[in-house]
Write a protein that binds this ligand. Structure first.
Ligand code: ATP
Length: 341
């Protein structure tokens, strides 16, 4: 067996950044690649030492795939595609390859009740949730069960509108999640928490470019009124954001509060990258509606570093490289067990 650690990830989401960061820090890399994506990732072959080819990401829990990863002494870096395409039960119970971070917290980002519990424990400001449809008297966003990437979410401002839409979608009224819609500036903050130094870093920030909700402003209101547009929040790409410096303090406080809450509710809490997703309203108050407990794709904007990492590091620093740096440090200090589950 190879005694050197290999950095592994699934070929999608933020894989290129993770591979590049690992290479920059001197690690060998292995990519679990979908057969249909081979051509794409082969274009970046200088970042990849080994490929494990699969037909579906769910195969990552198959014995043969796990054995290959274990033989390479892999640490798997989880990202959005792992959470989306591999069952959490399998990740928690049937996956023997070490995962960077706390794999048990991934469930908390996927389950709406657990997510709310953690946000509430942290005491962060969240948009009001309507327990009854009849209470709605303002713009709300209606979230559907099991939706991915905001698929099928719709906006409404009265109980009648919601009932009509729910009926046309053939879903059960009791399954919908109704949240006040925060009109303002969507902002996604990418944190890195180092258990080795007990320090929280703001790595970068982004705004998503979402179709077709971001396209609506290009259509004059009178044309909008006559057309039938089904809102979509499918993420197409990301823009960089730099916050007003006076807003940074609150962001660090939210990050600190989330770390504290995560340690209490799902020990050992957040490890490495996590992200909060929210909107600043017209008064500049930040409402958090989501968190992700692993690297988010918005960090891809900053493969060459962000203004914030430039303040902390004298070298270009991506989230992928920051992860690799932490693993390298832990290996040198004999503390790798603190970073993996
Ligand atoms: P992902 O898992 O990719 O984050 P998701 O299915 O969990 O997606 P959300 O991130 O909750 O979906 O929402 C999708 C989009 O809807 C957000 O990026 C944001 O633009 C918008 N959105 C969600 N909740 C609110 C809210 N309360 N107020 C304003 N906008 C919102």
């Amino acid at each position: 067996m190879n005694t050197e650690v290999t950095i592994a990830t699934l070929g999608s989401h933020s894989a290129l950044q993770i591979l590049k960061g690992a290479k920059d820090e001197g690690f060998r890399t292995v990519l679990i690649c979908l057969r249909k994506r081979l051509k794409l990732y082969s274009r970046f072959k200088k970042l990849i030492d080994e490929m494990i080819i699969v037909d579906s990401f769910s195969e990552v829990i198959f014995k043969e795939v796990q054995n290959k990863l274990l033989n390479l002494n892999s640490i798997l870096i989880p990202h959005g595609s792992l959470v989306e395409y591999v069952s959490l039960e399998d990740i928690e119970n049937n996956f023997k390859v070490p995962i960077f971070g706390n794999k048990y917290i991934l469930r908390w980002e996927s389950d709406r009740k657990l997510k709310d519990k953690l946000l509430r424990e942290a005491g962060v400001r969240t948009p009001e949730v309507y327990s009854s449809l009849d209470e709605v008297n303002d713009i709300v966003i209606v979230k559907l069960p099991g939706a991915k990437g905001g698929k099928g979410y719709f906006l409404a401002s009265s109980p009648e509108e919601i009932r009509k839409k729910v009926k046309s979608l053939k879903i059960d009224e009791k399954d919908i999640f109704i949240q006040k819609y925060i009109v303002g500036t969507p902002t996604y903050i990418h944190f890195f928490y180092s258990p080795l130094s007990d320090e929280l870093e703001v790595i970068s920030m982004d705004r998503r470019y979402e179709t077709n909700s971001d396209g609506l402003g290009r259509i004059p209101a009178d044309v909008q009124l006559k057309s039938k547009i089904d809102l979509s929040y499918l993420v197409i790409g990301n823009f960089p954001i730099v916050l007003r410096e006076s807003l940074l303090e609150e962001i660090f406080e939210i990050g600190d509060d989330l770390i504290k809450a995560s340690k209490k509710l799902v020990s050992p809490g957040f490890i490495g990258p996590f992200c909060i997703e929210g909107t600043y309203d017209g008064t500049g108050s930040f409402y958090v509606f989501e968190f992700s407990a692993r690297i988010v794709a918005g960090t891809n904007v900053f493969i060459n570093g962000s203004p914030y990492t430039w303040l902390l590091y004298d070298e270009p620093m991506s989230m992928g490289k920051r992860i690799a740096k932490e693993i390298k440090k832990a290996l040198e200090e004999g503390k790798i067990k603190e970073l993996i589950t």
